[in-house]
Design a protein around this ligand. Sequence first.
Ligand SMILES: *[C@@H]1O[C@H](CO)[C@@H](O)[C@H](O)[C@H]1NC(C)=O
Ligand SMILES: *[C@@H]1O[C@H](CO)[C@@H](O)[C@H](O)[C@H]1NC(C)=O
Length: 238
Amino acid sequence: MYLAVLISLVCFSSGVLSNSLLSPCKLSDIPCIEKSVNAALPKIISGIPELGIEVSDPLFIDEIEGNLSIIKYKFFNTTITGYKDCSISNLKLNDDLTSLHYDLNCPKLHLIGKYEVSGRLVILPVEGNGDFELISGKYVITADCEMKKNEGNDGKTHLFIKNFKLKMKPLTPIKFDFKNLFNGQKDLSDTVHKFANENWLEVAELVQEPTWYACTKKIISKVNKFLKSVALEDIILN
Ligand SMILES: *[C@@H]1O[C@H](CO)[C@@H](O)[C@H](O)[C@H]1NC(C)=O
Ligand SMILES: *[C@@H]1O[C@H](CO)[C@@H](O)[C@H](O)[C@H]1NC(C)=O
């Protein structure tokens, strides 16, 4: 009996909590939805222990694998900071809520971890392993998501993001710092760093995709945890 009261209290309060994070909007009122999402996003990124949502800033990813045709890299134990300052624009939703489009605008992201790399950076051979640091400026990550609906235990409808495709573009220079390239041979390492820092856009376009997919997958799994606690019936106004 006590347990039942406790459970219903916990469920009730978590429902109230998550619904109050997303203010209700009409489906046709995109500015309202964008505002509501942008108000909820930093709270999701900060983590919501009551809903089992871990913090995403910093975001930790144990392994990122970039299997590209001319360059292969792995990042280990990567810590990414800066997601809490990202915001959404250009949101589009279709009428039956099966597709979602948005741009995520991030002013600055900072990655540190360990790396392994081997291949060619555009024109330069590159090889090494050690500590790395990446500091980006402004980035825009455009997502096209496929959404599905589920009926929850509460008999209400919950959305989740099933799949996504990304396009990403850095708008300002990225700073690359990879320690111990070529086993610490300074001349070779300096040449690669000079090239990467000067040609940040071309280099980013070559290597960025696997890293962004890994990060976005993590963030979206947290957004989906959040969506489990939000009933469409409670946030969509007619
Ligand atoms: C990357 O390539 C390696 C070796 O070819 C393979 O074992 C691994 O599964 C690939 N990883 C991904 C994420 O495609
Ligand atoms: C990543 O962190 C784990 C746990 O601290 C550690 O065991 C592992 O060796 C680290 N990986 C690398 C490549 O440093």
